[in-house]
Design a protein around this ligand. Structure first.
Ligand SMILES: Cc1cc2nc3c(=O)[nH]c(=O)nc-3n(C[C@H](O)[C@H](O)[C@H](O)COP(=O)(O)OP(=O)(O)OC[C@H]3O[C@@H](n4cnc5c(N)ncnc54)[C@H](O)[C@@H]3O)c2cc1C
Length: 429
């Protein structure tokens, strides 16, 4: 067994645990010559594979996934998918190009719904809109800022007071919020399974096949424990794990965040959760996300950790506290599944994307919105590789991730910033 080159979790993804058992595709073995190799079977990798096949149908395409489909971050997230970006940290350039940005997000979202429609699989996609809620004065400022931005951009929205949030979600916790009509919720493990299981037959997907060695070509050599691939073009769709291969260490930070799903609630307890489907995002970046999951469960996502996970029992305690503080009437209920997941953070919120070296490409750093953005970037990498045409709109709206200080300054900086931000976040957590 070689060095660890991918995020290996000790906990099972709760969303995946709710689904019927699935037989993973066999691990890679033998020696192969291929035109395209994609490392990572998440949203980015599978979107790239599909688009490569559409543009170059006779080419050999291989996807190597370290774990089982559904057990990576693409199955571990909260399942919010959106075609509008109203975050307050949008840079001036993004605001100027808001229409192009939204067109890009729509393209990513439509790509997903097209595959769902063609593949005929169900991932509980629901058009719920989304609420950004505030429990603190700082949060209220953020909500007001978002409302101003929504108005300026012509995005349909409503301001919610405490009673309206209570009616929608059952929580008497937040002082106010903004509801954006646009926004979907889905079951992320069901989505990534569906995307993988409906791949065109010409795309070879290998699971439980972590890449342990990489030598840039072309052709590049990609080795797992039992297979070797020689590829003209390689895409790193591993999110922050690309750093394990020596690339983009000065751009990406690996962040762990944590989620829990309640046990199934009976009809009486489920009736305390407000409307049949809703999702609440925090008004502070360290805050807590909540949503209904199916008819009778609640998902809570909170906490961040730098480069390594937290102690699982501390995580369970903290997530349970987030849940019970918001639903004191459900304090007899517990979290059945609690899990961790990684994502790649960049300092300015822009992804790192494009050519890495001759014949080597990558996309990472979707900062917590990779369902749609990862899909978009995966497709556009494929376009870039096959056609050579610059993807100007993506470059314009996202720019590139900026530089992150090396160690030990990075760790010191992260802990200092997160201590300040945690104090600011207060009850939003
Ligand atoms: C708890 C949580 C909640 C989140 N909530 C949301 C949300 O609501 N909405 C949203 O849009 N985003 C959310 N995100 C972020 C989202 O999950 C990511 O942005 C998204 O998964 C990125 O997709 P990706 O395909 O680029 O990377 P990943 O999903 O991380 O996929 C990369 C794949 O590469 C594999 N890999 C890594 N190294 C290797 C290797 N050496 N060899 C082979 N394979 C390898 C991994 O196993 C993984 O499956 C959340 C993330 C977490 C953790």
């Amino acid at each position: 067994m070689g060095r660890l080159t991918y995020p290996r979790y000790d906990d099972r993804c709760g969303w995946n645990a709710l689904l019927p058992k699935r037989e993973p595709r066999p691990a890679a073995t033998g020696e192969h010559r291929v035109k395209y190799a994609i490392i990572g079977g998440g949203y980015t990798g599978l979107a790239a594979a599909r688009r490569l096949h559409a543009l170059d149908p006779d080419a050999e395409i291989v996807v190597l996934e370290a774990t089982e489909i559904g057990e990576g971050s693409s199955g571990r997230n909260s399942g919010f998918a959106s075609q509008h970006d109203l975050k307050l940290d949008l840079s001036g350039a993004q605001l100027v190009h808001a229409d192009t940005l939204n067109a890009c997000l729509r393209e990513g979202f439509d790509a997903l719904t097209d595959v769902m429609a063609e593949g005929g699989f169900n991932c509980d996609l629901q058009h719920t809109g989304r609420i950004t809620a505030a429990a603190t004065p700082l949060g209220i400022d953020k909500v007001e800022g978002m409302a101003a931005r929504a108005k300026a951009l012509g995005v349909p929205h409503r301001l919610l007071d405490r009673a309206a949030i209570r009616q929608a979600t059952g929580m008497d916790y937040y002082q106010c919020g903004i509801a954006i009509d646009e926004g979907h919720l889905l079951q992320p493990a069901a989505l990534i399974r569906g995307l993988a299981d409906t791949l065109p037959k010409a795309i070879a997907l290998y699971e439980n096949s972590p890449v342990v060695r990489f030598e840039a070509g072309p052709p590049s050599l990609i080795a797992t424990d039992h297979a070797r691939f020689h590829a003209d073009h390689v895409i790193f769709a591993t999110n922050a794990a690309i750093k394990n291969f020596g690339y983009w260490r000065d751009r990406l930070v690996t962040i762990y965040t944590f989620a829990g799903l309640t046990e199934e609630l009976d009809a009486h307890d489920a009736s305390q959760l407000g409307d049949p489907a809703w999702g609440v995002l925090p008004s502070h970046r360290l805050g807590t996300t909540l949503r209904r999951a199916g008819h009778n469960r609640l998902l809570v996502r909170s906490l961040y950790a730098y480069e390594k996970p937290l102690d699982p029992s501390d995580v369970r305690t903290a997530l349970t506290s987030c849940f019970h503080r918001r639903y004191p009437m459900l304090s007899h209920r517990h979290l059945e599944h609690v899990w961790s997941g990684t994502t790649a953070l960049t300092m300015n919120g822009a992804p790192r994307w494009g050519k890495v070296a001759d014949g080597v490409y990558g996309a990472a750093g979707c900062n917590g919105s990779g369902i749609v953005k990862g899909t978009l970037l995966g497709q556009r990498l494929a376009n870039l590789i096959v056609t050579g045409a610059p993807q100007t709109d993506v470059e314009t709206v996202y720019g590139q991730a900026n530089w992150v200080a090396p160690e030990p300054f990075r760790t010191i900086g992260f802990h200092a910033i997160s201590a300040v931000e945690r104090r600011k976040a207060g009850l939003e957590m």
